[in-house]
Design a protein around this ligand. Structure first.
Ligand code: DGY
Length: 328
């Protein structure tokens, strides 16, 4: 029987479901973060000493400096599909495997994207605030009259798994005309199934009644939607960002919303979150949610379990379930 001290040590850098910790404890010595504090890079590095694996979230940056301070680390498993918190080339150079949580959150995130689109187009938050403030004293024909969703043109920027799932909802559920722009065009069968037509970015911006962003964040996608892009949109259009903060220039968006250059926006992610640009907090025609697109209990459990699966599989068999990079 092996002694406890011969087991590998693993860190769970944020609070996760107890059953996920229990699964990890069947294989490893596990240190958790039950207070759910967001550790500074120095504190994360200190907690990682002697650890072979770690479960992270988008709040933990994994870069060359952290990797240099943690030479025993073999795998970093992000509890997220996005991994812009990882410097993947630095991880590969350090021989550290990176994993994420694709697929398990696709449909849930697409549901939320559609919910945010609906709330934005139909002015649900704005009208609820009005009602709660006791301002509703009579029915009016144009009271919070918003934009049509069914039959309108849905523009999707970024057409990976989540973008495709949103396209299906729009085309098949709401009879929307779906147009998309992506780094690479989908194959004809997938386009047909999603009823989606590939267009260039200029046509996407100028034709969409509702534009939803579902692309990964990178240096190339930084401020992909700024003042110049918003200026190309219809004044009646809505914009929804469920992708990552930094893809939209939030300051420029706040100005555009205040000046009604577009009708409304729905945001789940922000530049520098959890801080939110103060001007967004004062414009009425924006629906703001705190990065919850994948937040159903079942999906968040599936994400945490997949991250645990990756650590267990990699440290016990050398093969992860959903690797991002390849290490020797
Ligand atoms: C993801 O999975 O990337 C979500 O944004 C949660 O971070």
């Amino acid at each position: 029987m092996s002694s406890v001290s011969s087991r590998a040590s693993v860190l769970v850098s944020r609070s996760v479901f107890p059953e996920v910790v229990e699964r990890l404890r069947e294989h490893f010595d596990v240190q958790t973060n039950d207070e759910d504090a967001v550790w500074s890079p120095a504190e994360l590095a200190a907690r990682l000493q002697g650890k072979k694996g770690v479960l992270t979230t988008g709040s933990e940056r994994v870069d060359a400096a952290l990797l240099a301070a943690c030479p025993q680390l073999k795998i970093v498993a992000n509890i997220a599909v996005g991994y812009n918190n990882f410097d993947v080339p630095a991880m590969t150079a350090a021989g550290v495997l990176a994993t994420n949580t694709p697929d398990v959150l696709t449909e849930t995130t697409a549901d939320f994207g559609f919910a945010l689109l609906m709330a934005t187009a139909r002015r649900i938050s704005e009208s609820e605030h009005f009602l709660r403030a006791g301002q509703w004293n009579q029915w009016r024909l144009d009271l919070f009259a918003g934009a049509e969703v069914h039959g309108s043109t849905l523009g999707i920027l970024g057409m990976g798994r989540i973008g495709q799932a949103i396209a299906r909802r729009g085309a098949h559920g709401f009879g929307m005309k779906v147009i998309y722009h992506n780094r690479s065009r989908l194959d004809a069968a997938t386009e047909a199934e999603c009823k989606a037509r590939y267009v260039d970015k200029a046509e996407l911006l100028s034709s969409a009644d509702h534009l939803i962003l579902v692309l990964p964040y990178s240096a190339e996608s930084h401020h992909a939607i700024g003042a110049a892009e918003i200026a190309q949109m219809k004044p009646t259009a809505t914009l929804v960002n469920i992708a990552r903060g930094g893809i939209v220039d939030d300051a420029a968006l706040a100005v555009a919303l205040r000046e009604k250059r577009i009708a409304a926006a729905g945001l789940d992610v922000y530049e520098g979150e959890p801080k939110v640009h103060p001007d967004l907090l004062t414009v009425p025609n924006v629906v703001l949610t705190p990065h919850i697109a994948s937040a159903t209990i079942a999906t968040r459990k599936a994400m945490a379990n997949l991250a645990a699966d990756n650590v267990i599989a990699f440290l016990t068999t050398g093969r992860a379930v959903t690797p991002i990079n390849t290490v020797a």
